[in-house]
Write a protein that binds this ligand. Structure first.
Ligand code: NAG
Length: 285
């Protein structure tokens, strides 16, 4: 007995390390660098990716797979110090004029001034559903996890596991919801100093270029869409608990804490923009 369990120990360790090392997607196998002419780099055998931006160009990548629903987690460390004028985008999107899209955009700032985390949801080509937040930490000092949970009932944006936004399926109100178009994951770093920082007042300081953002620990718990079929049809539903996930009471409280203390813009309370009344889906917030 004692000797057999002793002998198993190394095997268990090997299996465990295989499991742990494959828990995160390798960037080489899971993404394609799509632009930037060498400014996007995959490092550390596929565990790390960096995007950079200089006066000539930004850079970007996209997932090899398309998804129809999923839970995507990725750790980002944003452009440090004076990042004013830069935007780091991380989003899911389908193609075409009636596309769906679920967006994170990180708007840079002067050293010591807060980034803005901008979110939006497009359904069938229509967006305009912005919510913006400050973060409760310095997103340039270390990696933090930014997640998109997308299932047929809701979209939940979370930061380090804390939900910051829930967008519920508004189809019962006659408003379309992203549900029928497979989406890819995209990320890019680019210059947007015409609008990003203090509404475009603060310009990019090119003497500080290149600007660099880093990525690691991509986790794609998603239904892969390929040749008109979802990988989730054949999977056991127990592996896909996120397909029915909703916010429990604790998460609801966390969400309220974020909304109360860190939300700086919500289209659903912008009376100047919607003098005739808010969009129908606002009643679900
Ligand atoms: C940048 O800092 C200013 C001053 O604190 C703040 O008003 C603004 O919201 C910050 N973020 C961006 C992206 O402009």
């Amino acid at each position: 007995m004692a000797s057999s369990s002793w002998n198993l120990t190394p095997i268990v360790f090997v299996l465990l390390s295989l499991f742990v090392s494959s828990a995160f997607a390798n960037f080489y196998n899971n993404i394609d660098v799509t632009w930037g002419d060498g400014r996007a780099r995959i490092l550390n055998n596929g565990d790390l990716l960096t995007l950079s931006l200089d006066k000539t160009s930004g850079s970007g990548f996209q997932s090899k797979n398309e998804y129809l629903f999923g839970k995507i987690d990725m750790q980002l460390k944003l452009v440090p110090e004076n990042s004013a004028g830069t935007v780091t985008a991380y989003y899911l999107s389908s193609q075409g004029p009636t596309h769906d899209e679920i967006d994170y955009e990180f708007l840079g700032n002067l050293s010591g001034d807060p980034y803005i985390l901008h979110t939006n949801v497009y359904a069938q080509g229509k967006g305009g559903r912005e919510q913006q937040f400050y973060l409760w930490f310095d997103p340039t000092a270390d990696f933090h996890t930014y997640s998109i949970l997308w299932n047929p009932q809701r979209i939940i944006f979370s930061v380090d596991g804390t939900p910051i936004r829930e967008y519920k399926n508004p189809e019962s109100l006659g408003v379309p919801y992203p549900k029928n178009q497979p989406m890819r994951m995209y990320s890019s770093l680019w210059n947007a100093d015409d609008w990003a920082t203090r509404g475009g007042l603060v310009k990019t300081d090119w003497s500080r270029a290149p600007f660099t953002a880093s990525y690691r620990s991509l986790n794609q718990n998603a239904c892969i869409w390929s040749s008109g079929k979802s990988s989730c049809n054949s999977n056991s539903p127990s592996n896909n608990a996120w397909l029915n996930q909703e916010l429990d009471a604790t998460s609801q409280q966390r969400l309220q804490w974020v909304r109360k203390n860190y939300m700086i813009y919500n289209y659903c309370t912008d009376t100047k923009r919607f003098p005739q009344g808010f969009p129908a889906e606002c009643s679900l917030q």
